[in-house]
Write a protein that binds this ligand. Structure first.
Ligand SMILES: Cc1cc2nc3c(=O)[nH]c(=O)nc-3n(C[C@H](O)[C@H](O)[C@H](O)COP(=O)(O)O)c2cc1C
Length: 173
């Protein structure tokens, strides 16, 4: 039975929600825990057989906290079964929703020394009512230029939950 630590870097909670779904898929046969990337220590990593890291994109980038975590824990991370997934809205487009075709996942791989054993990319969520004025206008502009929804009264969840389930199953087999 493999224990699994699921680590997230998230601003608005969608990546954490995906982590919870993955945890549900692991089921009760596997001990698992979910932690924010900033709180994970090397000792935490040592306690688990498998590490899954998920991180979201904001203004074209994964957060610095993600790269700090990887830099500090690369040796421990590579001793384990491991996986990485990125969450962004570009991934709502069929031609940009695989690790090979998603620009942020590719950028991540170029930037890090870590070579995760499993990779995935999931489309995230646009929650206009939740954003402050500037973020709302900026993401609305990004959606407009990429032909996405621009009605700021609404929330749009693009996450394909079947795809999340398949990723979880792939990891545990
Ligand atoms: C202010 C802002 C900027 C964003 N910038 C990008 C971006 O450059 N590219 C992209 O694909 N998605 C972008 N997104 C979409 C997020 O990646 C998406 O909302 C994701 O679900 C966020 O995950 P989180 O809730 O875990 O932070 C942006 C979202 C916001 C609110």
């Amino acid at each position: 039975m493999k224990s699994t630590l699921i680590v997230y870097s998230s601003t608005d909670g969608q990546t954490k929600k995906i982590c919870s779904r993955i945890q549900d898929c692991l089921g009760n046969d596997f001990y698992s825990n979910i932690m924010p990337v900033k709180e994970v220590t090397e000792d935490d990593l040592k306690k688990f057989d498998r590490i899954i890291v998920g991180a979201s994109i904001r203004y074209g980038k994964h957060k610095k906290e993600l790269f700090n975590f990887i830099d500090s824990n690369l040796v421990e991370l590579e001793k384990k079964d491991n996986a990485f997934f990125s969450v962004n809205v570009v991934a709502r487009k069929a031609e940009k929703n695989t690790p090979e075709t998603n620009p942020y996942l590719q950028k991540f791989l170029l930037k890090t020394a870590w070579a995760p054993k499993n990779l995935a990319v999931f489309a995230g969520k646009i929650d206009y009512p939740k954003y402050n004025f500037i973020d709302k206008q900026m993401i609305r502009f990004i959606m407009w230029i990429t032909k996405g929804p621009t009605d700021t009264k609404n929330t749009y969840e693009f996450t394909d939950w079947d795809k999340v389930d398949s990723f979880a199953k792939e990891i545990i087999t």
